[in-house]
Design a protein around this ligand. Structure first.
Ligand code: DON
Length: 315
């Protein structure tokens, strides 16, 4: 594999034009409304921030806007669960395979034995992972997650958006069904409401594109912050997270995204996408209008274009 370069001076020349062209894709998407609080986001917003290993950055569009991590948080709770429990214990409870189904599907939990979630990035897997975070109480577990995310974002004072959290908690009946199913299958132990509170809280952590790019930069550095030199994640766990991002990070559009962009990525229903070019740069994108697979319509378009024009694909 050839070494990839960020080349942000080149990116800066074209970024505003490419962003405006991608913004048109939002017209074909829909802002998520199954979590009522998310439906307030702007349909046409699109923002991007890129941050390279030397600390050089480029941004365009609505990059100052705040949004919640949603499923992007699942990558980092997986990493924390691996750091807390080790690889063997984590993979006794969740699998390593893509599902080809929607992110909130329960289908395979019943069809396949043992009924463990296929991977840690679908809701069933991420709820299981939330239950594996160390801490004496649900509050302590949530505080450890928030503290870890703050360190990965270079000390950004990240907070839970309480309105989004309440909205998810009040309407999360599908996630409750999944959690009860996991208890029945012997995958989850303890209180469903407590595990869901941990899960909903990490999905509701509020960020900007810059925070996403900063967190992605740690993954681009194989777990070592390229800006401070501090090791925050063992390299092996970044390797695991990165592989899941390629195979399952964009849900049942992961294959298409791997072909068109060729980068590890994770999307959320808030319209956020975190992606990176290993060894070169971190990227954070937000565009709340989602395509049929639940990924940002305009965001996917913009990242694919950038990656193709800059020759960033890993493949
Ligand atoms: O549990 C949920 O449905 C949300 N908190 C997260 C889902 C999500 O972001 C899926 N991503 N595309």
């Amino acid at each position: 594999m050839t070494h990839k370069e960020a080349r942000l001076e080149e990116v800066r020349q074209f970024l505003p034009q490419w962003l405006e062209e991608s913004r048109k894709e939002a017209a074909s998407g829909e802002v998520a409304s199954y979590i009522p609080e998310l439906s307030k986001a702007s349909h046409t917003a699109l923002g991007i921030h890129l941050l390279d290993i030397n600390g050089d950055s480029a941004s365009a569009g609505d990059c100052g806007m705040s949004f919640t991590l949603q499923s992007i948080s699942k990558v980092f709770t997986l990493i924390l669960a691996l750091m807390d429990n080790g690889e063997e214990a984590v993979f006794e409870r969740v699998g390593m395979e893509p599902t080809g189904d929607n992110f909130n599907s329960m289908l395979k939990l019943e069809l396949v034995r043992p009924g463990i979630p296929f991977n840690p990035l679908i809701n069933a897997g991420a709820i299981t992972i939330s239950s594996m975070i160390k801490g004496a109480t649900p509050q302590e577990k949530s505080a450890r997650i928030l503290d870890f995310f703050r360190r990965l974002s270079g000390g950004s004072p990240l907070e839970v958006n309480e309105a989004v959290y309440r909205s998810e908690f009040e309407t999360g009946n599908l996630n409750r069904s999944i959690a009860y199913f996991l208890v029945e299958n012997g995958v989850l132990n303890g209180s469903v409401e407590e595990v869901l509170s941990i899960y909903f809280r990490h999905c509701s952590i509020e960020v900007t594109c810059r925070d996403l790019a900063r967190m992605a930069l740690i993954l681009a550095g194989d777990g070592t912050d390229p800006l401070s030199g501090e090791n925050l994640i063992p390299r092996r766990y970044v390797q695991i997270a990165k592989t899941f991002m390629i195979t399952c990070g964009m849900y049942n559009a992961s294959g298409e995204f791997a072909i068109k962009a060729g980068l590890p990525a994770k999307s959320g229903v808030s319209g956020g996408i975190l992606t990176f070019v290993p060894g070169a740069l971190g990227i954070g994108v937000v565009g709340p209008a989602l395509n049929a697979k639940g990924n940002s319509s305009a965001g996917v378009h913009l990242i694919q274009r950038l990656s193709q024009r800059m020759d960033w694909s890993l493949f």
